[in-house]
Design a protein around this ligand. Structure first.
Ligand code: ADP
Length: 271
């Protein structure tokens, strides 16, 4: 408990969207330029206590969808799909961690399926001892949306978005940065609706009220796109944190968001 309070002021959790670090439409294709640029921005920002979670993009999603991993165990043929999906995520994680290490960040891969068990898709058990020590030793843990074991449905997908929100709550982070491929949260999907307006400031309570008005992602995404992120965020409505959604494909945005500087995007606070 004490250890958590000590770090209260400066823990930042960063989620790098799968659509930012991979070519979403091309199976298992990383966006190496984007990964390298982001690693540099993260290094330049120099946040002392940082946790990173990345999404699956074209590594995790196509396989997860093909084998219907999120729905849980239905038939034996899904078993090989679970292994393949998990392995694809490990491959992507390796690229992200290597890029971070290249930029002199003490990145340390932590596999969610080894420390999280879900119940009907929601985190039930979280063995956080290793993460706690990593953070206190100033490593940068790097986790990802993963295939996990589930006490009710056998297995499922733990989205990076559910994971970051759980990490924020567990480790009392004071800032959560979502790096996505659009400018923030809009009134509608900016990719399909040209009249969509950027919501630059909002509150968690407001998100709860407007959730039903926000349209979901139009891309194939088992974890539900922007609507999924917003839904997860409403679980920390009482936390005294700032969540920021920025376009991570634009150079400098992740640097600014990590530093706490003014940045174009959506800022969400308690009030
Ligand atoms: P990531 O893979 O980066 O985590 P997702 O693809 O899951 O991101 O979710 C982000 C996507 O959600 C955006 O690319 C956008 O097309 C879509 N989206 C749907 N509705 C909205 C909205 N109201 N505001 C912003 N983005 C939206």
């Amino acid at each position: 408990m004490e250890m958590r309070r000590e770090g209260r002021d400066n823990l930042v959790v960063l989620k790098l969207g799968g659509s930012v670090i991979t070519e979403k439409e091309r199976y298992k294709t990383p966006n190496v330029d984007s990964i390298d640029r982001l690693a540099k921005e993260i290094a330049d920002a120099g946040v002392k206590r940082l946790m990173i979670v990345h999404g699956g993009g074209s590594y995790g999603h196509p396989l997860a969808e093909q084998y219907k991993i999120k729905e849980g165990y239905r038939e034996a043929s899904q078993i090989e799909g679970l292994s393949k999906t998990h392995q694809a995520m490990l491959e992507l994680n390796k690229l992200v961690v290597e890029a971070l290490i290249c930029h002199n960040i003490a990145a340390f891969s932590v596999t969610p399926s080894s420390c999280v068990v879900t119940k009907a898709g929601r985190i039930e058990t979280f063995y956080d001892d290793a993460l706690q020590i990593l953070l206190n030793t100033e490593f940068v843990p790097v986790l990802f949306g993963d295939t996990v074991l589930d006490t009710e449905i056998g297995f499922t997908i733990l989205s990076g978005d559910q994971l970051v929100v759980a990490l924020v709550a567990k480790f009392n982070a004071n800032r959560l940065v979502f790096g996505v491929d659009v400018g923030g949260l809009y009134t509608a999907d900016p990719k399909t609706d040209t009249s969509a307006q950027l919501i630059s400031h909002t509150t968690f309570e407001e998100l709860k009220r407007t959730l039903h008005n926000i349209r979901g992602s139009d891309t194939t995404d088992v974890t539900g796109g922007m609507a999924g992120k917003i839904l997860e965020l409403t679980n920390i409505a009482n936390a005294d944190i700032q969540a920021i959604i920025v376009n991570a494909t634009k150079e400098g945005n992740i640097y600014k968001a990590l530093k706490g500087e003014e940045v174009v995007g959506t800022s969400i606070r308690k009030e």
